[in-house]
Ligand binder design. Structure first.
Ligand code: SF4
Ligand code: SF4
Length: 170
């Protein structure tokens, strides 16, 4: 090892880690400010987006740019550019792109569920899954309500029977 090469101390490494953390915090703060200004709610913990420049028809299309609610996409020097800090992973661009997997969005929900979307059929599948979950929740709630109402009716019946028996005694 050349003698001039300095081995980083534990303090140097700790400082580096702290600097990276601070940079990430600063990035998150800037992102929050940018998105807040668009009035669009951020629903995902994390995500990433990419556009395949080889399959994109670009200048003749630009539908994704028009669909994006946060202006995260723009047209520049013959291709679609992305401002990642503005993307809220809503999929509006994927839904409007006519080429499958030209735009790819991967997003993480608060419960750590990861969703990968690249075409309309992915969005439909997600929607169907969500609807099925909602339906299941409704069925569960109805079952609980029905059980309560049956129980109340059964209790009423018991009370009436008891009252009848008591009135015989009197
Ligand atoms: S997913 Fe697409 S439409 Fe939605 S914010 Fe990101 S770039 Fe815009
Ligand atoms: S909608 Fe798809 S094909 Fe059209 S410009 Fe955007 S990425 Fe390219």
């Amino acid at each position: 090892m050349p003698t001039s090469m300095k081995i980083p101390s534990i303090f140097d490494l700790m400082n580096e880690e702290e600097e990276t953390e601070n940079e990430e915090k600063e990035r998150q703060k800037r992102r929050k400010e940018l998105i807040e200004a668009t009035g669009v709610r951020e629903l995902f913990r994390d995500g990433k987006i990419s556009i395949n420049k080889f399959t994109c028809v670009g200048g003749q299309c630009k539908l994704c740019i028009k669909a994006c609610p946060t202006n995260a996409l723009y047209w520049s020097v013959g291709e679609i550019g992305i401002i990642e800090d503005l993307c809220v992973y809503c999929n509006a661009c994927v839904a409007n792109c006519m080429i499958d997997n030209c735009i790819k969005v991967e997003r993480t929900r608060e419960d750590d569920t990861i969703e990968k979307i690249g075409k309309i059929s992915d969005i439909i599948k997600l929607q169907e899954k969500k609807n099925a979950e909602k339906q299941l929740e409704r069925v569960k709630t109805n079952a609980v309500m029905l059980r309560h109402s049956y129980k109340e009716k059964a209790d009423d019946k018991q009370i009436r029977q008891r009252q009848r028996l008591l009135s015989y005694k009197i």
